[in-house]
Write a protein that binds this ligand. Structure first.
Ligand SMILES: Nc1ncnc2c1ncn2[C@@H]1O[C@H](COP(=O)(O)OP(=O)(O)OP(=O)(O)O)[C@@H](O)[C@H]1O
Ligand SMILES: [Mg+2]
Length: 261
């Protein structure tokens, strides 16, 4: 794609995705998804189970290879998945973002500190002493300074997820991806994790967050995208999409989340 054809709008956009498609066997899971994220923006993805939310995040993070679509990051990285993609291109996409998983995905046999420095030291080849110092600073910021030698099984779900967030931050990505970061937590632990994510948003981190926490989305998101069946049904400001949506299907989904019984 030449610069004149760039999908990236010239208005502070960090990421532009055009026509993202992914099938698993016969099942088309993403049917041409478009997405633009500006620097410092928080975009939330909502939608029913199986709508393709996780697949969008995994595609952005190079954990899935899309069948088609252009993924473009500011600074001159543009990958067209309709054509064969080299390992180098995939690694470049992967480097731009870091993911926080629903089930934390920490290494069970590594301590908190070891989990956090793994990526910076093994993948990014950062000197270990520097990685440790940065990890300690980040752990202190999320209230886990005293847990650096604990193993995941010694931590609560909320603490494990805060380690998961620190592990993502330690990679210094341009974009943070959160996949339902609080949905595996006991209700009383949800607030601590959402507070950390809100603080990161306030600090100016750019993020895409899959969540069912509508109050959080209303407060933190710049844009809410409602997906169903692998397509974007509706997108816009949270006050519109969550309070006064245009599409009947969005209204049904939001009402169901607000009134589950
Ligand atoms: N590796 C895979 N192999 C086969 N099918 C898959 C794979 N990953 C996802 N799918 C299917 O793709 C569809 C979309 O999955 P995805 O995980 O993206 O949905 P989701 O919106 O994140 O759902 P949930 O809210 O349940 O997490 C589902 O039907 C799922 O079964
Ligand atoms: Mg999912």
């Amino acid at each position: 794609m030449s610069p004149t054809e760039s999908a990236l709008p010239d208005d502070g956009a960090l990421l532009a995705v055009r026509g993202l498609r992914k099938a698993f066997g016969q099942q088309e899971v993403l049917k041409s998804i478009d997405l633009t994220v500006r620097r410092g923006e928080v975009v939330t993805l909502i939608g029913p189970s199986g709508s393709g939310k996780t697949t969008v995040l995994r595609s952005l993070n190079g954990l899935e290879i899309p069948d088609a679509g252009v993924v473009e990051f500011a600074g001159g990285l543009s990958v067209d998945f309709s054509a064969p993609v080299s390992k180098k291109q995939l690694a470049a996409v992967r480097d731009r973002s870091a993911m926080v998983f629903q089930h934390y995905n920490l290494f069970p046999h590594k301590t908190t500190l070891e989990n956090v420095i793994e990526g910076p030291v093994q993948v990014q080849k950062k000197p270990k002493a520097q990685a440790v110092q940065e990890a300690r600073e980040l752990l202190a910021r999320v209230g886990l300074a005293d847990k650096e030698n604990s193993y995941p099984f010694e931590l609560s779900g909320g603490q494990q997820q805060r380690v998961g967030i620190v592990r993502a931050l330690a990679l210094r990505p341009q974009l943070l991806l959160f996949d339902e970061p609080t949905s595996a937590l006991d209700p009383e632990l949800v607030g601590d994790v959402l507070t950390v994510i809100k603080e990161l948003a306030d600090e100016g981190w750019t993020m895409v967050v899959v969540t069912h926490e509508l109050a959080f989305a209303r407060e933190v998101a710049d844009e809410v995208i409602f997906m169903e069946g692998g397509v974007v049904v509706e997108r816009g400001h949270p006050d519109t999409v969550l309070r006064d949506p245009r599409e009947e299907r969005t209204r049904q989904f939001v009402n169901r989340l607000l009134n589950p019984f």
